[in-house]
Design a protein around this ligand. Structure first.
Ligand code: PHE
Length: 338
């Protein structure tokens, strides 16, 4: 009897390999595994065996049945996949999905360009807190409480003694106190905040890059050379730069730094509002009292400081007419740079 089982197993496996369609496979199943199929019929014959042989035969027959059922499942899977056709198969000629590559925001790019230019002139980058004391943001910069010059900087107060810095100039005091009595050449980038209406020209949050040089015999000529060099590296070798008288409580004298308009080269256009000049920075010689507040003796040391807006620099460079675009998260804007 067990010889019969082996023979049946062999025959069934051969027939299974020979099936080439799901229909043929269904027939195979009826023939071998069906209720009246070959395996069932062999099992039915178990009664003709001597009683002691029956359990072993029954077990062997059931094992064969299970094995054939597994083989059937495997074959079913193979034939179904083939029947589904090439769509289901792995198509290595399909083009891959493009990876969405990110890029640096135009503000970051501009900041890095500014760092690189000043690094070549020997300036190091230092960063100070955005949440600042009223003392550093105003008082130590020659603006005691109620000083009218505070009106230049509408302020977000955290509490009566703490503000969101309205400019990066408090960093002048922090850097001086950190480095005193050594000479200093630093730029201090970071975010500033002003309690102002948002318009195309002003945001309530924006970046500034402060510059500070302190040492012996530093003069306004050094400031001028630094500003001219910066303008030419940033905007092109033939830029002209002019200083206009201005006022800041923490510099004396104070100036505003203008550059001839890169769009019209001084002819007059929308970007320069038909003046031929665009403002790129506020600046001046560090006020003696501010030097003192930073720990330096103004009879021995002098210094210059400047403060510029990187968004404004980028607006001039790329003719961007609305500062709100920098903070709008509009990909159509962001993708235009880099
Ligand atoms: N802090 C000034 C501003 O925010 C700019 C400035 C910096 C002017 C350094 C002079 C010196 O407008």
């Amino acid at each position: 009897m067990s010889g019969k089982l082996d023979k049946l197993g062999e025959e069934a496996r051969e027939a299974l390999q020979a099936t080439s369609s799901l229909d043929q496979l269904a027939d195979w199943r009826v023939k071998y595994l069906g209720r009246k199929g070959a395996v069932a019929q062999l099992l039915r014959g178990v009664g003709e065996l001597p009683p002691e042989d029956r359990p072993a035969f029954g077990q062997a027959a059931n094992e064969l049945k299970e094995l054939l059922a597994e083989s059937y499942d495997a074959r079913h899977e193979e034939l179904s996949r083939a029947a589904a056709g090439p769509a289901e198969a792995l198509d290595i000629t399909l083009p891959g999905r493009p990876v969405n590559v990110g890029r640096l925001h135009i503000t970051t790019q501009t900041l890095r360009e500014i760092y690189a230019i000043f690094a070549r002139m020997g300036f190091q980058v230092e960063e100070w807190p955005e949440v600042e004391s009223d003392l550093l943001n105003f008082e130590l910069l020659n603006m005691p409480p109620h000083h009218p010059a505070r009106d230049m900087w509408d302020t977000f107060y955290v509490n009566p003694k703490v503000v969101l810095r309205t400019h990066t100039s408090p960093g002048q005091i922090r850097s001086m106190r950190k480095h005193c009595p050594d000479p200093i050449r630093v730029i201090l980038p970071g975010k500033c905040y002003r309690y102002e209406a948002v318009t195309a020209r002003s945001e309530f949050m924006f970046y500034q890059v402060e510059g500070l040089a302190v040492g012996k015999r530093i003069t306004l000529a050094d400031l001028k050379g630094t500003m001219v060099d910066f303008a030419r590296q940033m905007f092109g070798a033939d830029r002209k730069v002019r200083f206009r008288c201005s006022h800041f409580p923490f510099t004396e004298p104070s100036v505003e730094v203008d550059m001839d308009c890169i769009i019209c080269a001084g002819e007059g256009c929308r970007v320069c509002k038909h003046t031929g000049w665009v403002e790129i920075s506020g600046a001046g010689m560090v006020h003696p009292q501010v030097l003192r507040n930073g720990g330096y003796d103004p009879d021995v040391y002098s210094g210059y400081a400047f403060g510029m807006g990187p968004e404004r620099i980028a607006m001039i460079k790329y003719s961007i007419d609305d500062i709100r675009l920098f903070y709008s998260n509009d990909l159509r804007f962001a993708r235009q740079f880099g």
